[in-house]
Design a protein around this ligand. Sequence first.
Ligand SMILES: CC(C)(COP(=O)(O)OP(=O)(O)OC[C@H]1O[C@@H](n2cnc3c(N)ncnc32)[C@H](O)[C@@H]1OP(=O)(O)O)[C@@H](O)C(=O)NCCC(=O)NCCS
Length: 196
Amino acid sequence: MIVSVIKQKEIFELIYQAFRFVFSKIRTKFAIFFLRMRGYDISASVSLRGGNYFFQSTKGSIVIKDHVELGYGVKLFAGAKGKIVIEKNASIYDNTYIDVHTNLSIGENTLIAPFSYIIDYDHKVEKVKEKIKKDVYTEKEIRIGKNVWIGAHAIILKGVTIGDNAVVGAGAVVTRDVPPYAIVGGSPARVIKKVR
Ligand SMILES: CC(C)(COP(=O)(O)OP(=O)(O)OC[C@H]1O[C@@H](n2cnc3c(N)ncnc32)[C@H](O)[C@@H]1OP(=O)(O)O)[C@@H](O)C(=O)NCCC(=O)NCCS
């Protein structure tokens, strides 16, 4: 973005973007400092765009490694016995919502597009007839491999493993494992082709 602004020589836009860049660097440093004080295990090189929300029920349950990018409004919840580990160079774009009660791993260089959802629990369906009790769940861990691309508005549900180098199409609802190098799409997600 900044390169195209420089090419167009839009001076006010350039000044605005430069201030915004510096301000966001300073704000990120403060945010990381306070998150670490609250017991989050976050590398100093992480980039946070603002509007993020983090919750962990146990200290150290959210681990974010070097050079991870979290877009605007990304929300991470590690409730119950939940643990979220985001490996280095992963990017999670704006407004993605991650809420887990067990383990979630996101591999190196993985990219998760905006407005995606990763949730590893259901309210117990058998209880629906009585009343959906908010504290009765079925839960199973999710594993997302290395160099995976998850398209915008995808939903990843409990128990799913996404293999390395796989692609999840925009809007997919992933209910079953995705093999490495597969491209899946639809609801429920099915293999539509292979990464060549
Ligand atoms: C999955 C995706 C990468 C596939 O792109 P592609 O390789 O060019 O695929 P094609 O357009 O050749 O489509 C192949 C088939 O899959 C279907 N398909 C493509 N994307 C699909 C999707 N997201 N969900 C369901 N089906 C999809 C096509 O309709 C086509 O079906 P057909 O053969 O019956 O006509 C792309 O469609 C997509 O969803 N991109 C995500 C974009 C995004 O979220 N960007 C955010 C940037 S961070």
